[in-house]
Design a binder for this molecule. Structure first.
Ligand SMILES: Nc1ncnc2c1ncn2[C@@H]1O[C@H](COP(=O)(O)OP(=O)(O)OP(=O)(O)O)[C@@H](O)[C@H]1O
Ligand SMILES: [Mg+2]
Length: 446
């Protein structure tokens, strides 16, 4: 993409009503536009990041054996009357009526609908285990939408649902989700710590939230500092292996880590030596639940068991805040100049800054780098505008591409361009071919 042809409506002024850095940077970098409280349009740069995150979520879900579907945003109320949640959900649910006076709603989540799909098609234990998921817009009429996409009213969420024959099998599904979530967040350059949490309106006592540590987080968290050293990394996990998935869950949940909802001061002191105790803030980027037969029983989602008798299936649901993650990643990765995208989610892989647009040699060198990066399967963003260098650097720093190649007549006389890391700010001069090679090898490991 050439910046001269792109739509990147960067703001010079800091928006007054944005309280936290990610919201400010998303507005200033032209990623989103607010349309109503908690409702946003995604402009090209923001949309690209959203899609990169969505893609990682899809890949990791399918690696774990989960099957994608797409359910509608608008749901009939009668499904929710069956489960008893139509009244219980309260004013967070956006209720609408169609022209035939039928009660409908904009889905805040999909337990009822997926249970309806399941009961309509699955009747034997032989079809289990089954996990279906989708990534779809949700609406929750939050009391205080704020912090941009972090607490929206309309937001993009991955929600998945497992159907299993018994509690043990459903626990494996739960553990499998925990592993796949850890991998998902790590690919986005994030550490999200699983913490014991409360069920809320989804229900169920067995649940973990995934929290990204950040001062601006809405949740209070209490944890053992040693948990910050644990990573899944590149280890191979067999998602069918009960022991391996269980092992990862044990490893990641052994140390004390709880949100303020479940925190217990006495337990904390018992479990954690004083020097390791941490009290901090966190952003909830996902949650997994096991809730047994809470929906399958009232809604009649049963299968024929091995002995021929009907049994209600054991279920869980598992959510990732896809749109919230865009803000959470920025909270975790930024400086005073702007965003610093982790390689896994960056909207463009590398920026190219031409210091002297119109100079035949500089223009040609930029074109050749552009072609070279494209040939590597990467997406460059070439600032080919007739602007001063300072303005170009400020834009690149704001939008946060992790790597930048700067091309100017002076360097080219010596046969070099400059490769700069957004994260460290360090620059290195090298021949253009070597810069291409470096960028290529950085992204081949992502
Ligand atoms: N209003 C919202 N805006 C953006 N993302 C959200 C919102 N509500 C929930 N999410 C995301 O969807 C994920 C799964 O939804 P879940 O039902 O667990 O939310 P929740 O626990 O009600 O969230 P919260 O406690 O933050 O209100 C959450 O972990 C979060 O990342
Ligand atoms: Mg939650």
């Amino acid at each position: 993409m050439r910046l001269s042809r792109y739509f990147l409506p960067v703001l010079k002024e800091t928006p007054a009503d944005a309280q936290i850095a990610s919201h400010r940077f998303m507005l200033r970098a032209g990623m989103i536009r607010q349309q109503a409280a908690g409702i946003y349009s995604w402009l090209p740069l923001g949309f690209k990041v959203l899609k990169r995150i969505e893609q990682i979520v899809h890949e990791e879900q399918q690696r774990a054996g989960h099957i994608p579907v797409l359910m509608p945003t608008i749901q009939p109320a009668d499904l929710w009357q069956e489960s008893g949640r139509y009244n219980a959900y309260g004013p967070e649910m956006l209720r609408v009526r169609d022209r035939h006076d039928r009660d409908m709603l904009f889905g805040p989540t999909n337990e009822e609908m997926i249970t309806d799909i399941f009961r309509g098609s699955v009747s034997s234990y032989k079809d289990l285990p089954l996990t279906l998921y989708h990534i779809q817009w949700k609406f929750r009429d939050e009391m205080r939408p704020r912090f941009g996409v972090m607490r929206g009213r309309e937001f993009y969420m991955k929600d998945g649902y497992n159907f299993d024959l018994d509690e043990a099998a459903a626990h494996h599904a739960y553990n499998r989700h925990l592993v796949s979530y850890l991998r998902t967040y790590e690919r986005m350059g994030l550490q999200a710590i699983p913490m014991k949490a409360e069920g809320g309106p989804i229900g169920g006592d067995y649940t973990h939230e995934f929290l990204v540590l950040a001062d601006t987080g809405e949740s209070g968290v209490f944890y053992d500092a040693r948990i910050e050293d644990i990573r899944l990394g590149s280890r191979e996990i067999d998602y069918d292996s009960v022991d391996q998935c269980r092992g990862v869950l044990d490893e990641f949940t052994e140390l004390y880590a709880r949100t303020d909802d479940t925190h217990d001061a006495a337990d904390f002191e018992d479990a954690v030596p004083e020097e390791h105790r941490r009290e901090a803030r966190g952003i909830e980027v996902g949650q997994i639940f096991y809730f047994g037969t809470k929906y399958s029983e009232p809604m009649g989602a049963t299968v024929q068991g091995p002995d021929g008798k009907p049994v209600p299936v054991h279920m869980g649901s598992h959510g990732i805040g896809v749109s919230r993650l865009v803000g959470a990643i920025i909270e975790a990765s930024r400086d005073d100049k702007g965003i610093i995208w982790p390689e896994g989610v960056t909207p463009f892989h590398c920026g190219i800054v031409n210091l002297k647009q119109g100079d035949a040699e500089a223009d040609a060198a930029c074109e050749s780098l552009y072609a070279g990066l494209t040939a590597l399967g990467l997406e460059p963003l070439y600032d080919d505008r007739n602007e001063r260098a300072g303005g170009k650097f400020a834009t690149m720093d704001l939008i946060g591409l992790p790597w930048r190649i700067t091309v100017g007549p002076r360097g080219l006389k010596n046969g070099v361009v400059e490769l700069t890391s957004r994260r460290t700010g360090e620059s290195e001069e090298m021949p253009p071919e070597q810069a291409l090679e470096r960028i290529g090898s950085i992204y081949s490991g992502v």
